[in-house]
Design a protein around this ligand. Structure first.
Ligand code: F6R
Length: 242
């Protein structure tokens, strides 16, 4: 695990942005795994700026998002499809056909999960997967107890995760109870993982991810077994680690 210490959220976002831009510039058909939530917002802002200023093009990039809420359509402002369009896709030149998110409105979730796995494999697997970290150690929407062998699957969201995400919804009752998420095994097949962590409230989770015994009870501990993980975290998030 390579740990890069950033002074603050802005620096964390900039460093992650440079790493992705460099990869896109140097790779013929880059395949990037993306996350939603608060953590990567600064990264997406920076990628849009790099594009607008002509330093990078996303024309050859394929993207795969980690997850999507079940039951929210792409027109719903709380869907991850909407989030990604709003924060990144509408502002850069990535072709729509190269953008992938699980379909939260699918009539057949089992089939949707299989299709998603197949699409990732057909793209030759993910080069760099961006991850945020849940307070309970979740990565994607893989909650504590999820099998390390899991592939893209339907998950029941933890109450704590619904509470943490309620800030984006009018009330907690409107936070979906299920999502489709890449599995732990799917994430671990990414060639490189970029874990972004910011803020004091994540310090304990980051400490556990890096130091606790590898266990399905704290999903992020699996990252200790991945050969190419870069953690970019700010001083507050690293306050228990370093
Ligand atoms: C989002 C995702 C989640 C978040 C995590 C942290 O696509 O898969 O695992 O990365 O919940 O969320 P934030 O960044 O909002 O603290």
């Amino acid at each position: 695990m390579q740990i890069i210490k950033a002074k603050n959220y802005e620096e964390m976002s900039r460093l992650a942005c440079s790493l992705l831009v460099e990869h896109v510039q140097q790779t013929e058909s880059p395949v990037i795994g993306l996350a939603t939530g608060s953590t990567p917002e600064g990264l997406y802002k920076c990628l849009v700026k790099e594009f607008r200023e002509g330093r990078v093009s996303f024309r050859a990039v394929s993207t795969f998002n980690l997850d999507e809420y079940a039951g929210l359509s792409m027109e719903d402002a709380n869907s991850y499809q909407w989030y990604m369009t709003d924060k990144l896709f509408a502002h850069v030149d990535v072709p729509a056909r190269q953008i992938h998110l699980p379909d939260g409105m699918s009539q057949d979730f089992e089939q949707e999960c299989l299709n998603y796995e197949r699409q990732i494999q057909e793209a030759g697997n993910i080069d760099i997967q961006v991850l945020g970290l849940g307070l309970n150690g979740h990565i994607g929407f893989n909650e504590p107890g999820t099998s390390f062998l899991s592939r893209t699957h339907v998950v029941d969201l933890d109450e704590s995760t619904r509470e943490a995400n309620a800030r984006f919804f009018p009330s907690i009752d409107e936070v979906p109870t299920q999502a489709i998420s890449m599995g732990i095994a799917s994430i671990m097949e990414s060639k490189k993982i970029l874990l972004l962590v910011s803020g004091k409230e994540k310090a304990e989770a980051l400490y556990q991810a890096m130091n606790s015994p590898v266990s399905e009870e704290f999903p992020a501990t699996i990252l200790q077994l991945h050969p190419e993980v870069t953690v970019i975290a700010d001083e507050l998030a690293l306050s228990k680690v370093l």
